[in-house]
Design a protein around this ligand. Structure first.
Ligand code: FES
Length: 579
């Protein structure tokens, strides 16, 4: 916990702007703060910053102003002064080339604005996929008392009597359209029914996964991950978050006290038990990396082999986030997992995980949240595979994959880029069979494409029309948390940085073994080395010459390091921000 600071360094007195005269600096600050209509008594209160990410380009944050009002009520009622401030916002579908490219930029914005402005604690209000990890990364680096609040998931709707929610159903309907099962008119009609409320995607996609991870880490009040954006409980959680932030001002519990190695293991257990998004591995690795905690993919496999999937939510199962909230939420999942968790981990409330799950309502809907004895799947949702094309690992979401493809060998059909994929995937002359393995190269973190969610390669149209629903697909790209299929992602090192994936060619044979957690191209070592040594086999890397693009291209790390910038990792070892 942070060292004690006396009242002279609290609230508005924190970090006085430097004019060479501290008293003048404070006089000026109080004078300008008064111009906003605050009374002198208000300006004496501790300050809770509210780091908000509202944007017209972020549909998932549409109701954030109302949520922030609720947080302010909580802070005011507990004797603090709430002051909200903006950072950049990352609306998943509005950013090019990818939102991941800008996650680190947002994390720097969050870190620096927390550090630069006078606040005794901060509430981080995010929701869409990259905003929550960016806020947790920034707060971990700034390391002042912090609490996360998420906007909550969307509610579901119906089309022709069928229940729908973004975005697993988006992909399902698009797949049916590509296969010729539904018309263009029908797919256009569905478009207006998939995402009909504010909030984040309605299934266990990346946003819901990261909300669940934040709760499992102890950075949010219990139950805060799953209630929908439009549920009045969401506003009560906002109010409660404001009150807890004021408790944090007193307790001085910092992110490094909560997000410990043991807490990250809890978060990984929960991630595995909820069949969470593959993206979360990258984000958890990046958040942990800020605090000097390494996420080892071989340890992930040990956890995965001993953590069953407990919840029946899309894309792994049948239900939606609103059903998880009604079924008991993440605290009910954690109570099931209790024998596997580190229950003494501290949370932002000052209680332990054990206290929280013991205090939670004991009623559980067993249709949605299963027991350890009767899980949805006996093993965890995600595994890492290693081999001669993925020496530093790759990720497979086995809970959303086809078990009949788990032990497979096939001829690969290689696409050299996203453009090549778009040009050829539906070519009727493409030589491809259902037993082939589709490979996409040059779409990793080092590529110009900045690791898009393109790992969910479409089934070639001629095979889709013949009824093929799944094939093994391998890439250095990512996949949306709402997607499904036998898809190997995050191959590390990626092709643009010269990883072995870069030399795989159409006609090579690849073997995947989920049992052995292996992924290999069936070439002998000499042949692989000869190809890697051949200069023409290396893809040219384009490096931006200015601005954030230069920063990204120069310092981006690989997926197994969380795609963070090297100079932002392990921040506490290089910069102790505590009072
Ligand atoms: Fe924001 Fe899915 S687009 S959570």
């Amino acid at each position: 916990m942070a060292k004690d600071s006396d009242a002279r360094s609290q609230g508005l007195r924190r970090g006085i702007t430097n004019y060479g005269d501290v008293d003048f600096g404070f006089f000026l600050r109080r004078s300008f703060a008064s111009s906003m209509g605050y009374s002198a008594a208000m300006l004496e209160r501790p300050i809770v910053g509210i780091c908000q990410s509202t944007s017209g380009f972020n549909n998932c944050h549409r109701h954030m102003p109302e949520l922030i009002e609720a947080v302010k009520r909580g802070v005011l009622s507990a004797g603090g002064l709430p002051i909200d401030f903006p950072t950049i916002s990352l609306g998943e579908v509005f950013l090019v080339p990818t939102s991941l490219k800008y996650r680190n930029l947002m994390s720097m914005d969050v870190e620096e604005m927390i550090r630069a402005q006078p606040m005794d604690a901060v509430v981080l209000v995010g929701g869409c996929d990259k905003t929550v990890p960016a806020q947790l990364m920034g707060a971990a680096s700034a390391n002042i008392p912090s609490i996360q609040l998420v906007t909550g998931p969307m509610s579901t709707n119906k089309f022709h009597g069928e229940r729908l929610g973004a975005c697993t159903d988006c992909r399902r309907f698009w797949g049916r359209y590509r296969a010729g099962e539904i018309s263009q008119g029908e797919v256009r009609a569905v478009e207006n029914r998939l995402a009909t409320t504010s909030g984040t995607c309605a299934v266990m996609g990346t946003a819901s996964t990261m909300a669940s991870v934040a709760e499992a880490l102890g950075m949010m009040p219990p139950g805060a991950a799953a209630y929908t954006a439009s549920d009045s409980e969401r506003l009560r959680i906002g109010e409660e978050t404001g009150r807890v932030a004021m408790e944090l001002v007193k307790s001085k519990i910092c992110p490094s006290d909560v997000m410990t190695q043991a807490a990250f293991e809890n978060a990984l257990r929960v991630l595995l038990a909820i069949g969470g998004s593959t993206n979360a591995i990258i984000h958890v690795t990046a958040i942990a990396g800020r605090l000097g905690v390494e996420i080892d993919l071989r340890r992930l496999n040990e956890l995965s082999d001993t953590t069953p999937v407990l919840i029946d939510l899309k894309p792994t199962g049948s239900y939606y986030m609103e059903d998880l909230a009604a079924a008991g939420g993440i605290p009910a999942v954690m109570r099931e997992l209790a024998p596997l968790l580190n229950l003494d981990c501290l949370t932002v409330s000052g209680n332990t995980i054990r206290d929280q799950i013991n205090a939670w309502d004991k009623w559980v809907d067993r249709n949605v949240i299963r027991t350890l004895e009767n899980p949805l799947q006996p093993e965890g949702g995600l595994i890492a595979v290693f081999g001669n094309i993925a020496p530093n690992g790759a990720i497979l979401k086995r809970s959303a994959a086809s078990p009949e493809l788990f032990e497979s060998e096939g001829r690969c059909v290689v696409f050299n880029s996203l453009e090549d994929l778009a040009t050829r995937i539906d070519d009727p002359n493409l030589e491809v069979t259902p037993n082939d393995i589709l490979v996409l190269k040059n779409a990793g973190p080092s590529s110009d494409a900045a690791m898009p969610e393109a790992g969910y390669l479409p089934i070639p149209q001629k095979l889709a029309r013949a009824g093929i629903k799944d094939m093994i697909r391998i890439s250095d790209a990512r996949m949306s948390g709402t997607a499904y299929g036998t898809i190997v992602l995050h191959v590390s090192p990626d092709s643009v940085s010269g990883g072995p994936l870069s030399v795989v060619q159409t006609g090579d044979r690849i073997r995947l073994s989920v049992k052995e957690k292996r992924l290999d191209v069936l070439l002998d070592d000499q042949e692989l080395k000869a190809r890697l040594d051949h200069p023409e086999s290396q893809s040219a890397r384009v490096v931006n010459r200015r601005g954030y693009g230069w920063l990204y291209d120069t310092f981006i790390t690989q997926a197994d390091k969380g795609c963070d910038f090297e100079f932002l990792r392990n921040s506490l070892a290089t910069f102790d921000t505590r009072d």
